[in-house]
Design a protein around this ligand. Structure first.
Ligand code: FAD
Length: 412
């Protein structure tokens, strides 16, 4: 008899939200190498999603707009936006998971061994036996690296701090502003209150998982220049990697969160994506456990079914374009111009809530703001091939949906 049904490795938002969803239905252990309840991230999210997950208690700041600024444009995206107290979010999930019986173990994952009956996870805390391992170790997953699973990777690389500002500072807003330097760095601001904010610099980089600490000196200089008199309370930083894996499940192992490259391309917002997917993913795992179908193919399918595939393929296409927007000031100008062309509908893009109708309107708006020939010229051939592949998958999927809807309208 295996000691646990599931060992979740990593207690970030992916691991803890999943533990909270699964613990009442399965024997769950969570393995975390750092302190439980800690993260280097900062989360902007949406009031309705946060409420739906019972996280209202963790809201630190509310506003009705998100501001994007480029050298020549400004886009105000209207939505019910919130900044979350990340420590409180993780504590809420920890309380739910442990109340439902989950076991927490502090230890560093080292390796795992799969056999016919289960999986043995070795960590600095010892050996842990389960039927299934869920890898929630984030963008630098040791399991993804050991199996050489990454086909494509891009990252937002971020370094910053929670800071206390002098009392007479500008009114708080959630915003993204260009520093107008050669590397096209941005400044992100997430307010907690009139005087406390998470402030960070970030860059879009392709073909890498990024090195957040390399941006630390730039952050220190920017903070001193933009916020004289700011007191640093705690460092934040990390990589928001997005991309494609060869597969999202191995025998008795499945990837969730940033380890499964779940961040929407070009947007990041991996926390929001976790909120969107965790219930579907947990339901898929419960049924895989109940039927004991824990092979690579079945688990890959569970991971893919939790995603909205149409939106995922389309995001990858837009993402490949957008990464080139963020490479230079002029192109970012085009990006913000495009957001303005989308108008009030830009919120659906940020939320990754895309349907075919929206996709049609967005494609026309993108074409109107940045002529297609110009967009194509700035994309390297490697990415054009990738975009072609994603477009083919997207079109095949939508065609299959249409056929299914015609044959079995009651299911569609
Ligand atoms: C500065 C910053 C700002 C962000 N802003 C937003 C935002 O506004 N909105 C949004 O939606 N998203 C945002 N994100 C992205 C979001 O934080 C990530 O997508 C999300 O944290 C991914 O969650 P995760 O649980 O998959 O991975 P992580 O949060 O990386 O958690 C992984 C966990 O696994 C643990 N771990 C790693 N290796 C091991 C090991 N060997 N053994 C045991 N444990 C291990 C780590 O210690 C960590 O606790 C931001 C990220 C950063 C860094």
């Amino acid at each position: 008899m295996e000691a646990y049904d599931v060992v979740i490795v990593g207690a970030g938002p992916a691991g803890l939200s999943l533990a909270a969803e699964l613990a009442g239905h399965a024997r769950v252990m969570v393995l975390e190498r750092a302190a439980f309840g800690h993260t280097g991230a900062t989360w902007y999210s949406y009031a309705d999603r946060v409420r739906d997950h019972g996280l209202d208690d963790a809201v630190a700041f509310r506003t009705d707009r998100l501001v994007f600024v480029s050298p020549n444009h400004r886009h105000e995206m209207k939505d019910d936006c919130v900044v979350l107290d990340h420590g409180r979010v993780l504590d809420i999930w920890l309380e739910r998971a442990t109340a439902a019986g989950a076991t927490l173990v502090r230890g560093d994952y080292q390796t795992h061994r799969v056999d016919r009956h289960g999986v043995t996870v070795s960590s600095s805390a010892g050996e842990h036996r389960a039927r299934l391992l869920v890898d929630c170790t984030g963008p630098f997953s040791p399991i993804v690296a050991a199996h050489d699973l990454i086909v494509r990777k891009d990252a937002w690389v971020l370094a910053g701090a929670r800071v206390r500002l002098p009392a007479d500072s500008a009114p708080p807003e959630i915003g993204y502003y260009p520093l107008c330097d050669a590397a096209n760095t941005y400044l992100g601001v997430h307010p907690f209150s009139v005087t406390e904010r998470n402030v960070y610099v970030f860059q879009g980089q392709s073909n890498t998982l990024g090195d957040p600490e390399s941006l630390r000196p730039l952050f220190e200089a920017t903070l001193a220049e933009r916020y004289p008199g700011a007191e640093t309370l705690a460092p934040i930083g990390g990589s928001i990697a997005s991309g494609v894996l060869k597969r999202y499940g191995l025998d008795r192992v499945v990837f969730f969160g940033a380890a499964g490259m779940m961040n929407p391309e070009a947007i990041g917002m991996g926390f929001n994506e976790i909120l969107r997917q965790v219930r579907g993913f947990a339901a898929g795992l419960r049924s895989a456990l109940a039927s004991d179908r824990l092979g690579a193919r079945q688990l890959h399918r569970v991971a893919m079914d939790a995603r909205d595939r149409e939106a995922m393929y389309f995001q990858r296409i837009i993402g490949a374009f957008s990464l080139h927007f963020v490479k230079s000031e002029a192109k970012w100008d085009g990006g913000v111009k495009w957001l303005n062309a989308l108008g009030p509908e830009s919120r659906q893009w940020m939320r990754n809530e895309l349907d075919l109708d929206w996709i049609r309107r967005a494609t026309l708006a993108l074409h109107g703001a940045v002529p297609l020939r110009e967009s194509v010229r700035m994309i390297p051939p490697r990415d054009l091939v990738f975009i072609g592949g994603q477009l083919a998958r997207f079109l095949a999927l939508t065609a299959a949906r249409k056929v299914r809807a015609r044959l079995r309208p009651e299911v569609a």
